[in-house]
Design a protein around this ligand. Sequence first.
Ligand SMILES: NC(=O)c1ccc[n+]([C@@H]2O[C@H](COP(=O)([O-])OP(=O)(O)OC[C@H]3O[C@@H](n4cnc5c(N)ncnc54)[C@H](OP(=O)(O)O)[C@@H]3O)[C@@H](O)[C@H]2O)c1
Length: 148
Amino acid sequence: MSNLLATLGMLSEMPLTMIRCRRRFTGGRRLDGQTVVITGGSAGIGKEAAYQLSLRAPKKIIIGSRNAENNERAVRELMGRNPSANITALRLDLSSLQSVREFAKEIAGTESRVDVLINNAGVPVVTGPPVETVDGYEQQLAANYLGN
Ligand SMILES: NC(=O)c1ccc[n+]([C@@H]2O[C@H](COP(=O)([O-])OP(=O)(O)OC[C@H]3O[C@@H](n4cnc5c(N)ncnc54)[C@H](OP(=O)(O)O)[C@@H]3O)[C@@H](O)[C@H]2O)c1
């Protein structure tokens, strides 16, 4: 009985929740002079975040993902959508600590500071058998916790 009531309560809340989720962020805050780093910026939420933040005129946006071709394609697409943006891509595999260190080192070599860091990339829920990374950690722990 209590389960049924809880379910009914959830269902009655649903339309309002959907309306709330559809609300757009309309703040006008700019990012002039700032450096933004987005992990997993070559696709999905990370790529759209890169585009949306580029509209706020940061000095530079750096996206990091594993696949170099996808990285380059994403940069081309983002620059096509916003030609005034300054977006670059670096290779990053969050499940390899060496890759994470190299990514951080490359950024430290060109940027005096990182103002916005979006730890977006991650391994979603794992259903198959555990996968071990090059460093000997379980893949999800390595990418979502240690790598980030
Ligand atoms: N979409 C959803 O409904 C949803 C819901 C809950 C949570 N999330 C989380 O939100 C984040 C983004 O989701 P999404 O839907 O935008 O994912 P997506 O479209 O699959 O994009 C994932 C991005 O992360 C990169 N990536 C994946 N593994 C990586 C790794 N080990 N190291 C570095 N980059 C990596 C991918 O590029 P490469 O493959 O080239 O590396 C890609 O750029 C993920 O962490 C996901 O688990 C998403």
